[in-house]
Structure formats: C-alpha cells, structure tokens
Design a protein around this ligand. Structure first.
Ligand SMILES: Cc1cc2nc3c(=O)[nH]c(=O)nc-3n(C[C@H](O)[C@H](O)[C@H](O)COP(=O)(O)OP(=O)(O)OC[C@H]3O[C@@H](n4cnc5c(N)ncnc54)[C@H](O)[C@@H]3O)c2cc1C
Length: 536
C-alpha cells in the first residue's frame, strides 16, 4: 500500500504529539502520527521530576537558567540552542496548559515550583511525581480530539526513504540527500494485513520523534521501546549524528532481574532523606570517592557504584534506610515502600538492592535551531535529536521542555516550507521477494542479550580503550550476522529493533573512542583529564 501525507510524524511522545498539534492548527495538509506500540507507551510517560522553565521573573532570570544549563553540560552546549530553549520555555508551558496539561499550583494560583540538582532557582513545574504521565495524558487527549491528525498505533517505521531507494548512490559526503517519507511495517491482522507487510508512506515533511535508546543497555529506566530506532535509521540514511558518547546513567534503580526495561527508579531524594549506600555485607564505600558521601552528585555516585560492583563482582549494591524511623520512611516514600514490599523487601528492615541504569541520551540526530537534520525534508525532535542544548550532560528537567520548544520551531519552519516539497512518485514499494518468515526467534533474542551485555560491560559508566575496542569487535560480529539474517527474513519489529540497537551501540562506542578526555558524562580511565586541564 502507498499512503501520502504532507506531514509524517514518527513517534508519539511529548515531541511527536506537540509537533502534530502545532501543525494541525494551521490546517495545511494531511498529518499522520505513528507509534510502534500504544500511544501511552513512551519515555514521556515515565518522567517524574518535571519541566524546567523560568515562570517567575521576579525570583528567577533567563540568564540563570542559561548558566545552569551550560555548567551542567560541561561547557560544550550550543549557546544558541540553550538561549532558544530557555527563552521560549514559558510560552511553551502556556501552550501545554492550553492543551489540557495540569501542573500543580499554590493556593494563590501560581505554579508550585520545585528545585532540582544543578538548578540555582526554584523553576521546576511538576504534577505530583508523575509529570510525564500527566503530559502524555493531556497530549493524547488533545491529539485524539483533533480530526486533522491520523493516529496509527502499532505501526513500526523500518527505514526513511531517500534517493538511495531510487537507485542513486548516497554517501555521507552526498551534498543533497532528500527524505521522501518512510517504509512502515503494518500491524499484523488489521484489515487482513499479513506478517511483514511494509507500506510506503510518502511525505513532504518527515519528523523523527522516536525517543531514547536506554534499551541497548542491560538495565535502564526507559521502557522496552527505547531502542534508538530514529538515530539508527538516520545514520543508515547517511544523516549527521552527534554527541553519542554522552549517555546519562541514573545511579539508583531497584535491582530486580525480572524488571530491567524499565527498571524501577529509586529517587535521589532517598539519599537526601538519609539513605546510605553500602555493599551487601554492610560496608560503606562512598568515603573512598567523595567527601559528600552518599549525597555526592549523580555522576560521581553512579561511577562509584559501578566501580564497587566491578571490584567485588557484584550485580548490585544496597541503599540502607533501616536506621530511619519506619513510619517516616513509609510516609515519605509510600510508592517505593509498596513496590519493594511487592518483591519481598521491607525497606524499613531490609537493605534496598540498587544499581545504576541507562537513563537519557544527550546525543542523537544533529539538528539546527529549527529541528532540521542534514537530510532535506527530515526534522528530528525530542530525545532522538541532538540540538546541542545538553552538551556533555543534561541538566535535570531540561529534556521535556526542549522537545516542546523544538516542536514549535520545527512546526513554524515546516509549515513555511512544505509547499516547496513534492511527493516523490518514483519511490518503489518495499521489496521482500524471496524472504521467509523467521522461525527461529532465538537468533534475535540471544543477540539482543549480547548487545545489552556488551554495552553494559564495555561501554557503560566507566570506559577504557581496551573495553571499547572489545565492544566494537563484538558488535561488528553481531552486525554481520544480523544483516545477513535481515536480508533472508520478512521484516518484523524484533529484527528491526535488533539492527537498530546494534547500530546505536556502534555509534556510542565510536563516539566514546573518539573523545580522548573525561568530559561531561564520558569517563575513560585512559584519558583521565578534562581537555581544559591539558590546556587544549
Ligand atoms: C524514568 C524517567 C524519568 C524522567 N524524568 C524526566 C523529568 O523529570 N524531566 C525531563 O525533562 N525529562 C525526564 N526524562 C526524560 C524524558 O522523559 C524524555 O527525554 C522525553 O520524554 C522523550 O520524549 P520523546 O517524545 O522524544 O520520546 P518518547 O516519549 O520516548 O516517545 C517515543 C515515541 O516514538 C515511538 N517510536 C520509537 N521508535 C519507533 C519506530 N521505529 N516506529 C514508530 N514509532 C516509533 C514510540 O512508540 C513512542 O511513541 C525522564 C525519563 C525517564 C525514563
């Protein structure tokens, strides 16, 4: 089947849905919003903390938010991107509210603002501790009520379409790569669709909003869908990717081997409350790493835990709150208390098993201030994009707002330019002649496990050239095997995701090898100094 849309949006988290609603307002063409599972399954739904924005200019300033972002990013953020996000944030918050998203307010009607690590002022808008779920709910409702947007759940984008599919040789040096839409796997069983049917979606503007890639690691706070599909598709299409070495790890998720994608987050507030990090035998270890002990910043704690796990061959360490008043603990952390109890851990008497987990990707598809990628007609927004805002590390609560701000600039830009693009009628339909159904799922599930292990063991929180080269070699082998399998079998979500995970794993490894310093989230034992220390 061939479909034609003026705007094809791949991904329905905060980025994709905001963009869809903004473009729909203009009534300027047909809009299709696809997502690979149900509309509610997205990283966005899991965000807890909130959204950073200067909303009270009497107490806070744009300059302070800009400075906080640049400091967190270890001074490699793009100044223009930071200015754009910070200055446009308040108007985008207003729009979220108009779409029906609720943020907590004080009795006087003003926003109830939180303060988080790295922010010099109270500027985090939130909805209790489930801000992301509230944003996803509000946007889903607005999108479903908008007759101009065709929502297609369980549709999986396999590849974006470029001149390559017309038989033209496209390389990373090709000057004028164009995107004509995407090949999309239709859900089996709907309207007689057979296994592996890939449809052609021709589009004038294609917008990649596919979210993060935490699922390439063994343990992640991201849902299982976070396989980095957009980054991998754009890389294969020879688009520009940037900053992939900067993977943010959350220091403490609940260690539960049955729950790794997503792993349950143990909030940092628990260490603020007095929780002490210990080895399972009760020994403390943070005194070896930082005088602030368990209250040290996120990256230092994550690295310390990683090191202790490696030294002692452990798969977790522990967080101890047993010395605190049990009633207080239950009152402050009712959800964590119940969650741990559900797997047999009473946190008032037992240690909480914790470990770090992949949390956020700062890098991704390189875009300009309008969300345009290096490929004409292709935009990228949200976590799959690299705007330059985060630099080497993400300031807490800056990602949701980045997605909405760039949805605004990309919507404006694409609405102005959509008439300059045409549908490309020469695009051939997906050809899977001679392929068969893959009867051996183990070929895929085993390889996914291997990617997870390679990435966690060799390209995790602490890196070295030796580990990175080993990862590279192993990923290379998996790449060859998987590409051979992909050519033989019908397209399915699982094999496409595996390809994408290998691709993203390779990108993280390659970027990590290229950075010969410790900077932001990238920490390597071979180049322990910051480039500033080396006078570079
Ligand atoms: C536990 C947790 C807590 C967080 N807390 C905060 C916070 O407090 N503040 C903050 O600012 N940020 C927070 N973040 C980060 C933030 O939630 C994400 O960066 C943001 O939600 C990403 O939004 P997105 O729209 O880019 O992607 P997502 O919300 O992940 O949406 C991705 C969409 O792409 C679709 N998709 C992916 N691949 C394909 C494909 N091949 N074909 C079709 N569809 C596809 C998915 O189905 C989904 O609809 C947190 C993240 C996590 C995991």
């Amino acid at each position: 089947m061939v479909y034609k849309y003026d705007f094809l949006i791949i991904g329905a988290g905060v980025a994709g849905m905001s963009y869809a609603l903004k473009v729909a307002r203009a009534h300027k063409g047909k809009i299709c919003l696809i997502c690979k599972t149900s509309l509610d399954e997205a990283n966005t739904s899991f965000a807890q903390g909130g959204v950073a924005s200067v909303t009270n200019l009497k107490l806070d300033t744009f300059d302070k938010h800009i400075a906080d972002t640049i400091i967190a990013g270890d001074f490699i953020s793009d100044r223009q991107a930071v200015e754009q996000v910070v200055r446009m944030a308040p108007s985008q918050i207003e729009e979220l509210v108009q779409w029906g998203v609720n943020f907590d307010r004080k009795e006087n009607g003003q926003f109830d603002l939180h303060r988080e690590g790295g922010h010099s002022e109270f500027r985090i808008l939130h909805h209790a501790d489930d801000t992301g779920a509230e944003i996803q709910r509000g946007l889903m409702e607005a999108v479903r009520n908008c007759p101009d947007i065709d929502v297609k759940e369980n549709h999986f984008a396999v590849e974006i379409i470029t001149q390559h599919h017309l038989g033209v040789r496209v390389t990373r040096r090709s000057p004028n790569i164009k995107c004509y839409g995407a090949y999309v796997l239709a859900p089996k069983g709907v309207k007689g669709v057979k296994e592996g049917r890939v449809d052609t979606y021709l589009a004038k503007c294609t917008v990649m909003c596919t979210g993060g890639c935490g699922a390439v690691y063994m343990t992640t706070s991201n849902p299982v869908i976070a396989t980095g599909d957009g980054v991998a598709m754009v890389h294969r299409a020879k688009g520009t990717i940037a900053d992939m070495e900067f993977v943010q790890f959350h220091p403490t998720v609940l260690h539960n081997p049955n729950e790794t994608h997503p792993a349950y987050l143990i909030t940092e507030a628990m260490r603020g409350y007095g929780g002490v990090l210990k080895l399972p035998n009760g020994e403390t270890f943070m005194e070896k790493y930082d005088e602030r002990l368990s209250l040290a910043p996120r990256d230092i704690v994550a690295r310390a835990i990683d090191k202790e796990m490696k030294i002692h061959g452990l798969d977790h360490v522990c967080l101890d709150v047993t010395h605190k008043d049990p009633a207080e603990t239950k009152k402050h952390f009712p959800n964590i208390y119940q969650k741990c109890l559900s797997i047999g851990i009473d946190i008032t008497t037992d240690y909480i098993p914790v470990r770090p987990a992949a949390h956020y990707m700062c890098g991704g598809i390189k875009v300009d201030l309008n969300g345009q990628t290096s490929i004409k007609g292709l935009y990228a927004l949200g976590e799959c994009s690299c705007t330059g805002l985060h630099g080497g590390n993400r300031l807490a609560s800056n990602s949701l707002i980045e997605a909405v701000v760039y949805a605004e600039t990309a919507a404006r830009h694409s609405l102005e330019h959509v008439d300059l693009y045409d549908f490309n009628e020469q695009v051939p339909e997906w050809n899977d002649e001679g392929t068969m159904t893959n009867e051996e799922k183990v070929l895929i599930t085993q390889s996914v496990k291997e990617v997870n292990q390679i990435m966690s063991n060799y390209v995790g929180i602490v890196r070295s050239d030796l580990r990175l080269h080993r990862a590279w070699d192993r990923l290379d082998m998996l790449y060859e095997e998987t590409e051979r399998l992909f050519k033989r079998v019908k397209a399915s979500r699982d094999i496409c995701e595996l390809r994408n995970m290998i691709n993203v794993g390779y990108l993280i490894t390659r970027w990590a090898l290229e950075r010969k310093e410790c900077r932001g989230l990238h920490y390597t034992t071979d180049y322990p100094h910051h480039a500033y220390d080396q006078g570079k």
